[in-house]
Design a protein around this ligand. Structure first.
Ligand code: ADP
Ligand code: MG
Length: 509
């Protein structure tokens, strides 16, 4: 059949009249129409996506839209990152080899830290207020205060000049102040208008700085920046957690949440768990470098990592230490899962009520005495069986639950052969000894005896002079370091089968 036969012409037909066909449309047009429709639909669907800022933890969202939300957020993050990459390239090109560089920081989509999975993404603290696209500076009145001659003389107080100058000065307002396109036209702002504009601009800036500070604080303080929330949300959507209930504690380095356990394939998840979220702000962790930097287990990796990864290392360290402790049957939380900087572990407490810290527990004298012996025993086990020193042991990091002391917070715990391991142990002993002595436990050992009992070292105590005792400790650490340097081996002190025999303080190398 002829192709024209299918065209729109109303033709005489032996079978009667044929209804007029739809207007002609080529195949490509049909295709593009469909495409247009499809694009339109996609576009409107995209527009109706929920605001990525909505609380991810609201688990009663409809299940089919939640994954879309996640997808959209991930795409957005990806887009923002690409945008920032492009911006970075432009910034580099713009600045070239110039000694003075201008930062495009203010125009970035992703927070410099949020996007920093690679060490290239360093925060640029340069002044970012300069706009690279700033217009040419306006003509200024010469120093003498007037220009022109005779009748045409114009002083710096001239209304038109002043007005123009004021308009140009709007350019100095902060980048976030929208001055419209006034700069591009011959606008003359009177001094009065300009001054009130300037005043408004300053107060806005102060207000915005305050708001910004607050926002930064709330996310940083809570450690639940969008990425962390996404991670937590994923745990809920994967069924590992049933629900995340609320915050138990906000510390300097971490935020701890209570959650209802869900299920994991290989292992049971306790009914109640905690999520310890290591803070993704770096400041607090800077002081702690020495715990991890010199821990030979992490030393290799530490030097190669960017700050975000170092924070993950803290979480990882806590996980490893807890696992060692569990093996030695020390009462401590059981690790459920580690996901980046979030550690999920069993909850010490009951029915959403966390066990009290030893400092807050109301204990009778018998319980206190028992608690002391338990702590002493745990410290020995930790040192001798787990080859660990807690390094932040105090009544704040021991919980009282079911008539027992439980040890928590071991992210900073190190091996005794750490260059400062014995000093940390001494500090732990002092905290423990002081706490129990203050609570009237007559059995509590002195810091020196506790140190020797835990470590199995026999540092002379007779003088009871802390400086002398510390000097012995430092000498031991030094000798150990030298030994490690020379023979690649530690000299002291664990009594476990696979370790070297304990070194007596006076023993020769
Ligand atoms: P930080 O490094 O911030 O001190 P911690 O591990 O000590 O972190 O946790 C802070 C607080 O959270 C603890 O004092 C304790 O009250 C609570 N907490 C931590 N882990 C648990 C847990 N497994 N069960 C119950 N409460 C916990
Ligand atoms: Mg703590």
């Amino acid at each position: 059949m002829d192709q024209a036969g299918v065209t729109a012409q109303t033709t005489k037909s032996p079978w009667g009249s044929v209804a007029p066909a739809a207007p002609t449309c080529s195949l490509t047009e049909v295709m593009s129409e469909q495409l247009a429709k499809q694009l339109d639909e996609e576009d409107s669907a995209f527009r109706t996506l929920p605001d990525p800022g909505v609380d991810l933890l609201l688990s009663d969202d409809a299940p089919d839209t939640t994954s879309d939300l996640m997808l959209a957020q991930m795409l957005q993050m990806q887009y923002d990152r690409e945008f920032d990459d492009q911006l970075r390239r432009e910034e580099k090109k713009f600045n070239g080899d110039s000694k003075v560089s201008i930062s495009f920081e203010n125009y970035r989509m992703v927070h410099p830290y949020e996007g920093s999975d690679s060490s290239e993404d360093e925060v640029d603290w340069q002044d970012t207020r300069d706009d690279p696209y700033r217009a040419e500076k306006p003509q200024t009145t010469p120093r003498r205060g007037f220009s022109g001659k005779g009748k045409n003389i114009t002083t710096k107080h001239d209304e038109v000049t002043c007005g123009r100058k004021n308009t140009a000065r709007m350019d100095n307002f902060a980048p976030e102040v929208l001055v419209g396109d006034g700069l591009g036209m011959d606008l003359k702002l009177s001094n009065q208008v300009f001054n009130s504009l300037k005043q408004h601009c300053y107060s806005e800036q102060r207000r915005s700085a305050k708001l910004h500070e607050k926002k930064e604080h709330s996310t940083a303080e809570q450690a639940v920046d969008p990425r962390t929330r996404l991670l937590m949300y994923k745990m809920v959507s994967a069924g590992v957690l049933e629900n995340i209930n609320g915050c138990i504690s906000t510390g300097k380095e971490s935020v701890v949440f209570h959650a209802d356990g869900g299920s994991l394939e290989e292992q049971p998840v306790p009914d109640e768990v905690v999520l310890k979220v290591f803070k993704t702000t770096l400041n607090e962790f800077k002081n702690r470098d020495r715990y991890i930097k010199d821990d030979y287990r992490f030393k290799e990796r530490f030097s190669k990592l960017n700050p975000r990864k170092i924070i993950r290392l803290w979480a990882e360290k806590e996980m490893h230490n807890l696992t060692r402790m569990k093996k030695a049957e020390i009462p401590c939380p059981e690790v459920v899962l580690l996901k980046k900087h979030i550690l999920v572990m069993s909850f010490i407490g009951k029915d959403h009520v966390p066990a009290p810290k030893l400092k807050d527990a109301m204990l009778g004298s018998e319980d206190l005495k028992n608690a002391f012996y338990q702590v002493l025993h745990m410290m020995q086990q930790l040192y001798q069986e787990c080859n660990l020193v807690h390094a932040d042991l105090s009544e704040y990091n021991m919980l009282w639950h079911e008539g027992k002391v439980w040890l928590i917070d071991v992210s900073q715990s190190i091996e005794p052969t750490h260059p400062h391991g014995l000093e940390f142990l001494f500090r732990d002993c002092r905290n423990v000894s002081t706490f129990f002595q203050k609570r009237g436990v007559s059995e509590a050992l002195s810091v020196y005896d506790l140190f020797n009992t835990v470590s199995g070292l026999n540092i002379p105590v007779g003088v009871e002079d802390e400086a002398e005792f510390m000097a012995e400790i430092v000498a031991l650490e030094k000798r150990n370091e030298d030994h490690v340097q020379k023979r690649g081996k530690k000299t002291f002190p664990v009594a476990s089968e696979d370790a070297d025999p304990p070194l007596k303080p006076d023993a020769d190398d």
